[in-house]
Design a protein around this ligand. Structure first.
Ligand SMILES: C[S@@+](CC[C@H](N)C(=O)[O-])C[C@H]1O[C@@H](n2cnc3c(N)ncnc32)[C@H](O)[C@@H]1O
Length: 178
């Protein structure tokens, strides 16, 4: 099946993710966690990376089911059962616009030696702009830095206002396991 975008992913990819996408080793494995339409995983898939798309609702990536480099996993990341990826390690884990604080350590431990974490989601202050407003879904100041400390080396980190596709406050990080 073609890797072209047959599912409508209306939002452009995050510039942060695009900025660091070329750092991933050739043919390195990628996990797009809480992938939605898979707008970021698709970038890596198009570059030949074996890419795993995980979401509780995989309808946004069902067009990828025949792609030999794509793996689609339907799983609930917030159930109190086991982490759905067991001990698997990836060369890159991408998370955007999703936060479930209890699994942050699992996300970090799923990054292989030399692998990268590319994470961008809403941060405190976003409440003034719109959803999400629930503290459970919003990063505290410096929280991504705190999460990777002692595990990953920080390449870049920022908390800032993004204007597109709509004004919001995000925190983003690019970090690498030594
Ligand atoms: C705002 S969307 C972001 C999608 C994608 N990461 C992006 O930035 O385009 C949040 C995604 O998280 C998924 N999600 C929410 N709760 C989840 C859960 N408990 N387990 C797995 N996925 C979940 C939703 O289905 C949705 O696709």
């Amino acid at each position: 099946m073609s890797r072209s975008k047959t599912h409508t992913t209306r939002i452009a990819p995050s510039r942060w993710i695009v900025r660091f996408a070329n750092r991933i080793s050739r043919s390195g494995t990628v996990l797009d966690l809480a992938c939605g339409g898979g707008r970021h995983g698709r970038i890596f898939l198009a570059k030949g990376h074996p890419t795993t798309f995980l979401d509780r609702d995989c309808s946004g990536v069902e067009d990828l089911s025949g792609d030999s480099l794509a793996e689609v996993i339907s799983a609930d990341l917030e159930s109190h059962d086991s982490w759905p990826l067991a001990d698997r390690r990836f060369n890159c884990v991408v998370v955007t616009n999703y936060l479930w604080r209890p699994i942050l350590p699992r996300i970090i431990s799923s990054i292989a030696a030399g692998g990268h974490l590319l994470y961008e989601t809403f941060a405190e202050g976003n409440e003034a702009f719109g959803r999400p407003r629930r503290p459970d879904f919003i990063l505290r100041s410096g929280e991504l830095l705190d999460a990777v400390r002692g595990h990953l080396d920080v390449i870049a980190y920022e908390q800032c206002v993004l204007q597109k596709p709509s004004p919001r406050i995000v925190q983003h990080i690019a970090a690498r396991r030594p």
